[in-house]
Design a binder for this molecule. Structure first.
Ligand code: SF4
Length: 413
């Protein structure tokens, strides 16, 4: 985690950090796209802005800062804290008029998330750290997995397979199941459910020799060197055990691997990265997986940001929920849910837990408005921690979709 020295940084006459030329070359047009459009359609769908009502926390501000810094009106020290206020949900990119008017034809999408990531990385490079993110990054680097159990309960690579105790899963093989840090250590019922379902579908799979964090939160909070170490370790592990197909139950892992790993490895195409949701939906469709145990509940579904807004995956989870016998599923369409978020993304909850709590609380309140609904189903373990906390306070039970399906398939979860 090396900071650049003062003499290496680009600074103004007062020693304050300015934008390096390569940053401007990369992100200037993106910023001006927003600055010249200026409609602020994005402002009201932004989950952070919804609770802070602070103009510095809007997607527009994140782009306008780049323009202001280019003109010498602001420095990195002035704006670094602004960029903490983003869950990287992707709502603003979808609601941006530039995306809406040109997206389909030109395959264009405004790039606010990438600008936020780039600015956070530049802050870290220039020695501007957020206290908890720095600590999180240091422990992830030391243990190989994120400190999801707190600062003192070690989540080392040696213990990352503990969730699979008694399931007798082999190491490596053509296909492996990649259980993210949060699920592996904090909500083991999720990977256990997925493992049992995959077996019931007749899919042979193993676990990595020693899985490390996917690196996603390191990329998202600016600790890029650590992210690279995580990714390189994981790809080495896959190659060592002859793995070609990686099944990801967690959308954060999936999106990190497909967006970031290819640029690190010319041979990345040899790997196939698959969402567990798609595997389960397909098995239900072709009859390999049968759900026979009725779940007599009325639930709604929370579209996790990385699935719905970032990847455009919203049909498979609905298909799965509609296949659960006994379940009454009250849907809220995926476009309305562009403005919903759990508040957990990009480790906002580690640095600003009070903002995450407010965002989750609003999400649970939305679910409570639906007639008869007393359960909220998500498909992202990271969202399930803050949603469960707020759900407990508001009388709403929070499930992971795989837990629910495993129960309907007759497994203990
Ligand atoms: S990605 Fe989400 S949280 Fe971040 S600025 Fe855009 S709408 Fe707000």
């Amino acid at each position: 985690m090396s900071d650049t020295t003062a003499s290496e940084r680009e600074t103004d006459g007062n020693g304050r950090s300015t934008l390096p030329a390569e940053f401007l070359e990369r992100w200037r047009d993106v910023a001006y796209n927003c600055f010249s459009s200026g409609h602020k359609f994005c402002r009201e769908v932004c989950p952070v802005m919804q609770v802070t009502r602070d103009e510095r926390h809007t997607p527009t501000a994140f782009q306008a800062n780049v323009v202001a810094m280019e003109k010498g009106h602001l420095t990195l020290e002035d704006v670094a804290d602004d960029y903490v206020h983003c869950t990287m949900c992707g709502a603003c990119e979808l609601r941006c008029p530039n995306t809406l008017f040109t997206g389909d034809f030109y395959r264009f999408r405004q790039r606010t998330i990438d600008v936020v990531k780039a600015m956070r990385a530049l802050a870290v490079q220039n020695g501007i750290h957020q206290r908890n993110w720095k600590r999180w990054a240091e422990l992830t680097d030391r243990w190989g997995n994120e400190p999801v159990l707190g600062w003192t309960r070690e989540t080392s690579g040696a213990r990352v397979r503990a969730w699979a105790a008694g399931l007798d899963l082999p190491t490596g093989g053509e296909t492996v199941l990649f259980a993210d840090c949060e699920a592996a250590f904090k909500r083991p019922s999720v990977p256990r459910s997925v493992a049992q379902l995959l077996r019931a579908c007749g899919i042979e799979f193993g676990l990595m020799e020693q899985q490390w964090c996917c690196g996603g939160p390191m990329w998202e909070t600016g600790y890029v060197d650590i992210a690279h170490r995580m990714a390189e370790h994981n790809m080495l592990d896959w190659r060592r055990t002859g793995t070609r197909r990686i099944i990801c139950p967690d959308p954060h892992d999936y999106i990190t691997i497909v967006e970031h790993y290819p640029e690190l490895d010319d041979g990345f195409d040899e790997f196939e990265i698959v969402l567990a949701l798609d595997v389960i939906a397909e098995a239900l469709r072709d009859g390999r997986l049968k759900l026979t145990v009725p779940i007599e509940r009325t639930v709604t579904y929370h579209d996790p940001c990385r699935l719905n807004k970032r990847l455009g995956v919203w049909q498979a989870p609905r298909e799965i929920l509609r296949a659960v016998p006994g379940l009454t599923f009250v849907d809220v369409d995926h476009v309305t849910q562009w403005s919903y978020c759990s508040g957990a993304g990009s480790n906002l909850w580690v640095e600003k837990p009070e903002i995450t709590a407010q965002i989750s609380s609003r999400r649970i309140a939305k679910a409570r408005e639906l007639p008869g609904v007393d359960g909220l189903v998500s498909a992202c373990p990271w969202s399930e921690r803050p949603l469960s906390e707020q759900g407990a306070a508001q009388g709403m039970e929070v499930f992971d979709i795989f837990e629910l399906v495993a129960e309907a398939a007759g497994f203990e979860v």
